[in-house]
Design a protein around this ligand. Sequence first.
Ligand SMILES: *Cc1c(COP(=O)(O)O)cnc(C)c1O
Length: 360
Amino acid sequence: MNMTLAEIEKRFENIPRKRLVFTPTPFHKLENMSKDYGVDIYMKREDLSGPSTFGGNKTRKLEFILGQALENKVDYLITYGAYQSNACMQMTTFCNSCDIKPILFLGDTKNQGVPTNLTGNLLLSNILGAEINYVSKPEPTDSVDLNPLWLKVIDEANKKKEELESQGYKVEFVPVGCTHEYGWVAYTLLFKELLEQSSANGFEMDYIFHTNGSGGSLPAMIAAKLMTGSKVKIISINVRSWKEGNLITKKTCLDRVKYVFDRLDIPCPSDEEIYAEMNIDENYMHPGYGIPNPDAQKSIKEVARREGMFVDPTYSGRGFHGLMDYIKKGIVPAGSKVVFIHTGGSGSFFSDPKLVKDLY
Ligand SMILES: *Cc1c(COP(=O)(O)O)cnc(C)c1O
């Protein structure tokens, strides 16, 4: 396909959207590290996406989720996640802007009980005034399987919804990670900005790297790439596995890419063409979600010390480390033009001291 950016933008005209993101988000070159490694590394600052200091990649999705919620005259939005969820905090910021009341159900994944000292995103969500419900693990609490906890969380959230509805309020759910279908189209517009900003800087992108989690961002980037016929290669550094049997798989991503085409009323390419754009790398998840990786921590320190920029241990630092490893191994060859999407996550620097104790 060879659609122009204006043609794509026009498809958004009739989709409810509440403009809240400061667009275009900043785009800049890492001058020192580009010289150090002989690769032109640019940053797309989705962490600087809105009124909060702690933005991130949930905000573009929230423009569409909140746009629809406002149209539906919703009083409360309920979402859930772990204590330090970026998505819960970001949904709260946008609910506040839209005068919709945010309710969070936070699962106690680490058996911490009801916290007395608030840190990181949990602190921010409290300052922002979200109604917060803590949900403890069902027995046995030492189980590593978190599914029973999330089922309990959803059950309690459902009860809350019914209770509010019986009082006459309009209540909607936002899925974990703000991965709501209304939001899946959002990153088409990020891709459009990347094409505009790289072109304004006089180059064509060879690679886009990003940190991949619940699959709310990648599908629309793949869709936009196919719509525009761009040659860029999108590399996704996963922090959670997408292998068969997990909550999200490549098939989920395929379905979401198709949804994006459908929503924008553009004919969809074949499954094979879509699958061919998925470059999912699961080599940087070790030793597990939310547990620091010593090599990734080195990359986090390096970019802080060379460029004065922060990428966090749970998300953006993992993806950035993946990019640096590709460059060091020559998989991204010298002279390449690379864009890294900074998806946010800086709240985690101030959450659990164990995440950051090897950074100084
Ligand atoms: C949610 C999140 C991601 C992953 O994005 P998905 O759209 O869920 O794949 C990456 N980085 C940060 C900081 C996030 O909060």
